[in-house]
Design a protein. Structure first.
Lengths: 203, 203, 203, 203
DNA sequence: AATGAATGAGAGTTCATTCAT
DNA sequence: AATGAATGAACTCTCATTCAT
């Protein structure tokens, strides 16, 4: 009884270890340069072992992306519905930046990398992605109900906002902020979010 | 006389062919999966030949990025200074989207890909990038002079706008717009730009 | 139990096979022209397999040289200490020629080839080399104690003797004896050793 | 008239430049790593140009070796015949060491390297080699006539002496004297030659 | 006399993956 | 559950060499 459970637990733990290590290496070196061997070495198991947990490199990275989406949803789904819609929107922006800052490797995998995404994502990732995006849409719709964003399609509003945060975060993750090297990058991103909020509020 | 010139021309053309092919393959398959061999096969020359034009793979992709920045600047630098600053800003947004749409491979190389950018870019790329960004900054400053974006730092305003267009374009290039598959993606992007312009105008 | 041992044995055997084949090819074609692929083909394994046993080409040839030094020491260390010092010296000369004749590939690697020796040798090779040379020095010292080589530094005597045998052997291995094609090369070498012994004895 | 001569002179000079550069590079990097391109770059001509002077890499190195033998003979042939035979022998040893010290690249090519010697040497090299060796044989024969090396075959004596100097020189050129790193290598070589001379004299 | 353009062959090495155990 | 052994395919890059000019 206890034995089976322990084994199960250990198995899950190794799976997690593989995922975590893959995420780390992939952030450090990029997808293509992160080899199965690298991961295996890092966790001190044989490369073959990884194949017991994941069919191939693609599947490993799909699983990684899935984990990312799960984490992402837990960030995004945490917004108090008691706040005014516009405040929820602001909060969502904050939380989005926070996720990207906490988990840049996952962010890159989920939203930037093309490499392993050629085949379709897992159903679960898709689902979680949709649900996360649903949070944004819902809030935007509530804002509109309250009189904001007059005459705008909710999709357009949502996409605009999302594009902005994604763009800001992408610049940072893709290391394209050297142009602003005299400024503190995080401050700049935060201030631009404030400016965006400012624009939205008055509308 | 004429002979030398013809040869020179042919050489430049082969160089261009290599660059164009590299750009295409790289857009289709990503940087790491685009091999020197692939490129050579595609242009029906031997791999060795490429090395006559570019020292190594890195240099090929630096040259590519440089060409991208040159093209980019020619788009961005083409905005009539006779327009009102806010109209110049709108025009700049349009032109930015246009560039990304015309040259997605260059865009990805210049603004998204991490892989070969780890080492420094060429001085010329950097220069052109700065100059292009200068166009945005200049326009924003003129807008501010005319009373827009009250109490905002020009850097923050510029970064916010740029983040937005970059985010929108990135979604498309990185194939992350499946969520909006019921809508026409280009329309969505254009409409979101209009919305952004709308917000900026009233400010 | 037995299985593990068998596997271990097989692994060692493949390692030896690689070394032996590398030694042979290298003698036939030289270091630079002996490619990992050549070796792999000769042993009918894939090139990749070699990399399971040796990190890279350098390491393969270091291992080879190490094996050579081990063998060499086993030749040189086999001289009966009950013989008179001068007889030991003669015996050492014989044994030296014998090693070079039995293992010309190793000899070349250890004493002639410059190519892969630029980086340092392994500690073990160096050690064995020193110990082997120590045998010569010891014998020379005993000869001196017995009244030979009056007023000579042992280092000079040792170096002179060693230079001679090395020169003779090198001519043969480097295929530079065509000048004596009317004579039997091995006889010539042996006779020259006898002449050397004759000179030393009377001193 | 003068023009043709100048051109001829220039051609010879370029040939010499190629040879000299090849010799230098080959000493610095070894035969295999000295590429036609390397040489071409060093002399600031195109690789193709070298092929106007030498059919291929082999022929270039044959020519090099030929030049080496010419130089070598000029060293060896310079021994005053007025000296006593034994003194001539001593002088020959000195001169041999001198040549190896002055032109290690040539020495290596002529007496050590196997690589490009697979095909036969040029007739001229062979001839010069024979003549050089003839100098040694002649002197040895004169010594024998004067009562030295009783009961020894001149070939054996010559070969023994030559083996010794070759061995000593080879150790140095092949960088195998690390065992004597506490001693000055050149002194060691010279002293060993003195010891050899001492042995021969008393015989 | 000299070169620029081009190439086939091959180098060392790494990769994702499989199979038997 | 985990591994050691092995491999085919691919990678970047360099080489000696040729040909047209």
């Amino acid at each position: 009884m206890g034995i089976t459970e322990r084994k199960e637990r250990e198995k899950k733990e190794l799976r997690k270890l593989i995922l975590a290590t893959a995420a780390r290496l992939f952030l450090e070196q990029g997808y293509e340069k992160t080899s199965m061997r690298n991961i295996a070495e890092a966790i001190e198991y044989s490369p073959t072992t990884i194949y017991l947990y994941f069919k191939d490199k693609n599947e490993l990275f799909y699983a990684l992306s899935e984990e990312g989406f799960r984490k992402f949803f837990s960030y995004v789904n945490n917004i108090s519905e008691e706040l005014a819609p516009m405040d929820q929107l602001k909060e969502l922006g904050k939380v989005y930046l926070q996720f990207a800052s906490d988990h840049p490797a996952y962010y890159e995998l989920m939203f930037i990398l093309k490499e392993p995404m050629e085949s379709e994502q897992t159903a679960e990732s898709w689902d979680l992605g949709m649900k996360s995006h649903g949070v944004l849409t819902t809030i935007v719709n509530q804002c509109i109900k309250e009189g904001h964003f007059k005459d705008q399609s909710p999709d357009v509003v949502a996409f605009m906002i999302w594009s902005f945060v994604h763009g800001a975060v992408s610049f940072k993750i893709c290391d394209r902020m050297k142009m602003y090297d005299n400024l503190n990058h995080d401050y700049l991103i935060n201030d631009s979010l404030k400016f965006m909020n400012h624009l939205l509020e008055k509308n």
